[in-house]
Design a protein. Structure first.
Length: 224
């Protein structure tokens, strides 16, 4: 456990800087595309910047995973610190955007959250709630693992976490999924009319239950 706080601090500082870079890129993209209202102004068709943007999203996750791997001292701690860094990065991303352009104005503002494999839409509070969960579960899992406690999966955790993840993903990808039969052009034009918050919270709750069980180091199911 030697140096735990120092490693967590260094990882957090990296995440602060990375969130700054990420939000700066989004400010530039908004300027390039003339976006002031995401629902109205987001391009409906891919262009030459689209594959670059998809690559940037993947590269962001790779960098966060690399940082978490360098900070952790056990396999479970590396995954846990990756989740912690991802969550902190997401929260700080919105904080930097607020500093740069005064957006989001409120936690209810719509955002285009992700593009892989389809566009994700949701109010800002939804990814921030998920980010807070990742931070809490990730840090606890890493700490427990480095204290020598086994971090194991059982059927209940896998089932609850998997179902909750599918529910949450459906909630944010619902506009794109419903438009998918019309082709990629229809997916690009799809915009959310409402957010099924109760369904998202159900998914979040299931993932939170599973994540906390795993982070506690529950005994494995011998039949698994």
């Amino acid at each position: 456990m030697s140096g735990w706080r120092e490693r967590l601090l260094v990882l957090s500082l990296f995440t602060v800087a990375m969130a700054y870079v990420e939000s700066a890129v989004v400010v530039y993209l908004r300027q390039v595309y003339g976006i002031t209202d995401l629902l109205r102004d987001t391009p409906v068709r891919p262009d030459w910047l689209t594959p670059i943007e998809l690559g940037r999203e993947i590269a962001t996750l790779v960098m966060l995973f690399t940082a978490g791997s360098l900070a952790g001292r056990t396999p479970a701690a590396r995954w846990g610190l990756f989740l912690y860094a991802w969550g902190l990065w997401d929260i700080l991303y919105y904080a930097w955007l607020r500093v740069f352009i005064g957006w989001p104005v409120s936690l209810g503002d719509w955002d285009l959250l992700f593009l892989i494999p389809l566009p994700w839409w949701g109010p800002v509070w939804a990814p921030m709630l998920a980010a807070a969960l990742m931070m809490g579960v990730g840090a606890r899992m890493a700490r427990r693992s480095e204290e020598g406690r086994s971090i194991r999966l059982d059927r209940l955790s896998i089932g609850a976490g998997g179902l909750g993840t599918l529910i949450a993903l459906y909630t944010v990808m619902a506009p794109a999924l419903h438009a998918l039969p019309g082709g990629l052009d229809a997916v690009g034009r799809a915009r959310p009319a409402e957010f099924q918050w109760w369904l998202y919270l159900l998914g979040w709750g299931l993932v939170a239950f599973a994540g906390w069980r795993i982070a506690q180091g529950q005994p494995a199911d011998p039949a698994l």
